[in-house]
Ligand binder design. Structure first.
Ligand SMILES: Cc1ncc(COP(=O)(O)O)c(C=O)c1O
Length: 409
C-alpha cells in the first residue's frame, strides 16, 4: 500500500501555501526597523548616494576581510565583475583579441558571455561528475599557445579543485580567475573562495546567498589588478585620482550606496546561514544516501566549507521504476519540494552560445564534455533557502522522495 502521489491527486507531503519554505532573502520587520532603515536613512540624508559615500567603502572593507583578500571592489553585477576581473588580470582594453580563456561547460551563461564581451575566445571544457566543477585534467588537455587564463566556477557552492588548478596555471603561466557567484563563504582547505587565485568575481543577484537584488564584487590581493579594476569601473580614473583625470580608459560600473547599505546588514548573517546550510546539507545527504536512484552531492576532501547555493543531486531512473527525471521533478514539486533540472544542456549547446559559435567559429572551441552531458541529463537541484529550514523540515524532503520512490517501484 503506497500513498497516492500529489501529482495524481494525493495529499502533498508539504502544503507550501500553509507552510512555505523559508523566504529569500529572510526579511523581517525587526531587521528593517533596527538595521536597514537607519542605514538607508543615513545614505538619503547624506546627499551622497553614489561615489563619495561611506557605505561602499565600509562594505568593501568588510568583504575583503571576510574573504581574507587585500582588496574588494563593489560592482553593479556579477557579470560585470567577471568582465572587470578579466580586463584587469590580463590588462585588456577590449579593443584587440584577448586570447583564449578556459571555462567549464557546466555553468551559468554569464561566465562565458563576460569572456566574449571582453573580446576573448572561450574554450569550453568538461567537469568532474562528482563536484560539477571544472576538471583539471580537461583544463590541461585544452591548453594551447593562445590560452591566457583558466576560469573555474565554484558551481552550486562547491569549491573547484583549486590546488591542482593553481599548479597548472603556474606551470603554463596562465592567470587563474574564480567565478564565485554561487559560492559566498565556501572554503577550499580553510581558505575562502575569491582568495584562491589572481582575482575572484562574486554576484549579489537576487537568488544569491548574499544579495542586494543586483550587485557584484571583485576580490584580489594584487595592487595592479585592483587599480585596473578601479579604472575599468570608474571611467578610467586612478584610485584616489582627480575627478577630471583619466589615466586609462574605463567605463561606468559604479553601484549605488543604497545597495551597499543593505549588504552591510546582510553580511552579518552570511556565516551563520552558511553554517546552517552546511549542517542541513550534510544531514539531507546522510538520509538520501539510503535512497536507491539518488546520488547526493559530495564534499570533495578539499572542501572545508560548502557554499550550498544549490543542493545538486543526481537522479537515476533505474531506482524509480524507469520514470524520467522530468517526471520526478514534476512529482517532487507537486509534493511541495521546489526543485529544478538545472542547466538543461552544456552551455556550448545553448542556442545563443551555439549561434555565436556557428557565426564566429574562431570565438568558441568546445572540447569533448561527456561528464557535462551526463550531469545535464541527471541533475536535480534544490535551492539554498530550503537548507535554511529545520531538520524536521529537511525530513519532509526525504519523505517526499521516498514516497515517489515507493509509488514507482
Ligand atoms: C556562475 C555564475 N556566474 C555569473 C553570474 C552572473 O551574476 P549576475 O547575475 O550578478 O550578473 C551568475 C548568476 O547570475 C552565476 O550563477
Amino acid at each position: 500500500m503506497t500513498d497516492t502521489l500529489a501529482i495524481s491527486g494525493g495529499t502533498p507531503v508539504r502544503n507550501t501555501e500553509t507552510h512555505p519554505w523559508p523566504s529569500w532573502p529572510q526579511n523581517t520587520s525587526d531587521e528593517w526597523n533596527n538595521k536597514i532603515e537607519p542605514l538607508l536613512r543615513d545614505v538619503y540624508f547624506s546627499s551622497n548616494e553614489g561615489s563619495g559615500g561611506t557605505m561602499i567603502p565600509r562594505f568593501c572593507e568588510l568583504y575583503a576581510s571576510y574573504t581574507g583578500t587585500n582588496y574588494a571592489l563593489f560592482m553593479p553585477h556579477g557579470t560585470d565583475s567577471i568582465s572587470a576581473a578579466l580586463a584587469a588580470a590580463l590588462d585588456l582594453d577590449g579593443f584587440s583579441e584577448g586570447g583564449e580563456i578556459i571555462v567549464p561547460n557546466y555553468t551559468f551563461v554569464a561566465t562565458a558571455s563576460a569572456v566574449l564581451e571582453r573580446r576573448c575566445t572561450v574554450a569550453f571544457v568538461d567537469i568532474s561528475p562528482e563536484t560539477f566543477t571544472i576538471d583539471p585534467k580537461a583544463v590541461e588537455d585544452a591548453i594551447t599557445p593562445q590560452t591566457r587564463a583558466i576560469l573555474p566556477v565554484h558551481l552550486g557552492g562547491h569549491p573547484a579543485e583549486m590546488g591542482t588548478l593553481q599548479d597548472i596555471a603556474k606551470k603554463h603561466q596562465l592567470y587563474l580567475i574564480e567565478d564565485c557567484a554561487q559560492a559566498h563563504g565556501a572554503e577550499y582547505q580553510n581558505k575562502k573562495v575569491g582568495n584562491l587565485s589572481d582575482v575572484g568575481a562574486f554576484s549579489f543577484q537576487a537568488s544569491k546567498n548574499l544579495t542586494s537584488g543586483e550587485g557584484g564584487m571583485v576580490t584580489t590581493n594584487d595592487k595592479d589588478i585592483h587599480d585596473r579594476v578601479c579604472a575599468f569601473m570608474n571611467v578610467g580614473r586612478a584610485p584616489g585620482g582627480a575627478r577630471w583625470e583619466y589615466p586609462r580608459l574605463g567605463w561606468n560600473y559604479r553601484p549605488s550606496e543604497y545597495l551597499a547599505a543593505i549588504l552591510l546588514v546582510r553580511l552579518e548573517l552570511l556565516q551563520e546561514q552558511t553554517n546552517l546550510r552546511n549542517r542541513n546539507g550534510v544531514y539531507l545527504s546522510s538520509l538520501l544516501e539510503e535512497v536507491d536512484g539518488i546520488t547526493p552531492p559530495i564534499h570533495a576532501p578539499w572542501t572545508t566549507k560548502h557554499g550550498y547555493h544549490l543542493y545538486c543531486m543526481k537522479y537515476n531512473p533505474d531506482g524509480f521504476g524507469g520514470k524520467s527525471r522530468e517526471d520526478f521533478v514534476k512529482a517532487l514539486s507537486a509534493e511541495g519540494i521546489p526543485c529544478s533540472i538545472g542547466y538543461r544542456s552544456p552551455l556550448s549547446m545553448e542556442p545563443g552560445m551555439a549561434h555565436v559559435g556557428e557565426k564566429y567559429p574562431d570565438l568558441i572551441r568546445t572540447l569533448p564534455c561527456p561528464n557535462t552531458e551526463l550531469v545535464c541529463e541527471q541533475s536535480v537541484w534544490l535551492f539554498q533557502n530550503l537548507l535554511l529550514s529545520t531538520e524536521s523540515e529537511i525530513d519532509q524532503v526525504v519523505e517526499a522522495i521516498t514516497k515517489i520512490h515507493n509509488a514507482w517501484n
